[in-house]
Design a protein around this ligand. Structure first.
Ligand code: RFL
Ligand code: PHB
Length: 393
């Protein structure tokens, strides 16, 4: 089989890149290790920056998002029993975010791809990358017991943190930066109205909590937990009691609880691989970098990588701009490191790192300072709505 771009992974990065390329007439094949149902069962991000929304519209998959998604003008930080609003709209000259689940984004992209007739292989085994330092890269895999080889011009490694693309690079050619945090997030989804119409990020001496949502009748809540905790250690009752304790009084009093319909624990990590390009292979999204979810940046960073790679490949094929291809890594990394910084900072001011009460007081002072200063609130808002994309030219 031959194509122009072989895309490994059908998460949001792979599907969005495939869709944008396809609309420009650039042929691509998507190769995914799991089944479509498995891919759609993963509950992850919920907040889309304006840049991500614009890119989804450009990919002609924004219709349902615009109909069913919820525009948020602000969010709240809670500490010392107070609730301080960050007015995103006012602080950024009119920018907002959209609450629309990653599962829905992925579904919209999958549906669009199914209708377009572009080729995808799900449940692929033994995916392997070959010769990406030559002019003739290829990807091999097995599907339904049959071995396939895709010959291509470029390989996009969109296969997430545990994927095969990054691991195909010799260790001496790649530099890894990593910070693993000493706690996790226990998340639940429940068919209950959200406690607040905007997100609440809470600092509390017992640990972090987050109130988020998917719709007016579907809530997503998280509490910081120990890395040793198992999901079974957390009955619904224990979860709701802990969440209530960590919220300001008014919010706790109006919290409506119900049975959880999903419950999972996620570890928190900061991670960046440099560079993100190896000959004719590009790492995209979680394959190249991970942020702790506190800044809601994971999916949005994947989208900005896709924006950069899509435009580079578009100009390469349509205007023969071969010079741009080598710029992918440097363009992406400038934005990635700023989002890494913001995600690390939000994590560091909101979570309990130790029993030392000095740390708690410093966090409270930092939150008090930032939320009482226009400059402080503006820097939070600017980063939360998403820093600008760098033009590819
Ligand atoms: P994904 O979504 O991980 O998709 C990668 C795809 O590649 C497939 N794959 C392979 N395919 C072929 N061959 C192989 N050898 C393969 N190995 C893996 C996988 O099955 C998968 O389908 O990466 P992508 O597309 O770059 O998208 C990135 C986002 O998914 C990610 O940044 C966010 O979900 C991160 N994230 C969150 N981000 C937020 O902004 N807010 C959140 O609340 C949030 N919560 C989360 C998260 C990530 C989580 N993970 C990865 C554990 C919660 C969790 C639990
Ligand atoms: C979510 O709704 O899952 C969510 C929202 C904001 C975050 C992290 C997760 O920062």
């Amino acid at each position: 089989m031959k194509t122009q771009v072989a895309i490994i992974g059908a998460g949001p990065s792979g599907l969005l890149l495939g869709r944008l390329l396809e609309l420009q007439g650039i042929a691509n094949i998507v190769i995914e290790a799991k089944s479509p149902d498995y891919v759609l069962s993963r509950i992850r991000a919920g907040v889309l920056e304006q840049g991500t929304q614009t890119l989804l519209r450009e990919a002609k998959v924004g219709e349902r998002m615009d109909r069913e998604g919820h525009v948020h003008d602000g969010f709240a930080l809670s500490f010392l029993g107070r609730l301080e609003r960050i007015d995103l709209h006012a602080l950024t000259g009119g920018k907002t975010v959209m609450v629309y689940g990653q599962t829905e984004v992925t579904k919209d992209l999958m549906d669009a791809r199914a209708q377009s007739g572009s080729l995808s292989f799900y449940s692929a085994d033994d995916v392997a990358l070959h010769d990406f330092h030559s002019d003739h890269p290829s990807v091999s895999f097995t599907s339904n017991g049959q071995k396939h080889i895709v010959e291509c011009d470029y390989i996009a490694g969109c296969d997430g943190f545990h994927g095969v693309s990054r691991k195909s690079v010799p260790p001496e050619s790649i530099r890894l930066f990593e910070r693993v945090y000493p706690f996790g997030w226990l998340g639940i989804l429940s068919r209950t109205p959200p406690v607040s119409h905007e997100l609440i990020y809470a600092n509390h001496e017992r640990g972090f909590a987050l109130c988020s949502m998917r719709s007016s009748m579907l809530s997503r809540y998280y509490v910081q937990c120990s890395l040793d905790d198992k999901v079974d250690d957390w009955s619904d009752q224990r979860f709701w009691d802990e969440l209530r304790t960590r919220l300001p009084e008014d919010a706790a009093a109006s919290l409506i609880t119900g049975p959880s319909i999903e419950k999972s624990i996620a570890p928190l990590r900061s991670f960046v691989a440099e560079p993100m390009q190896f000959g004719r292979m590009f790492l995209v999204g979680d394959a190249a970098h991970i942020v702790p979810p506190t800044g809601a940046k994971g999916l949005n960073l994947a989208a900005s990588d896709v924006y950069t790679l899509y435009n580079i490949l578009r100009l390469r094929y349509q205007q023969n701009r071969l010079d741009l291809v080598a710029k992918y890594s440097e363009i992406c990394l400038r934005r990635i490191w700023k989002a890494e910084r913001f995600s690390w900072w939000m994590t560091s001011i909101l979570h309990k790192f130790s029993d030392d009460p000095f740390n708690q007081r410093i966090q409270e002072a930092e939150l008090d300072y930032y939320t009482s200063s226009l400059a402080g609130k503006t820097t939070i808002a600017e980063n939360y709505v998403g820093l600008p994309y760098e033009a590819v030219e």
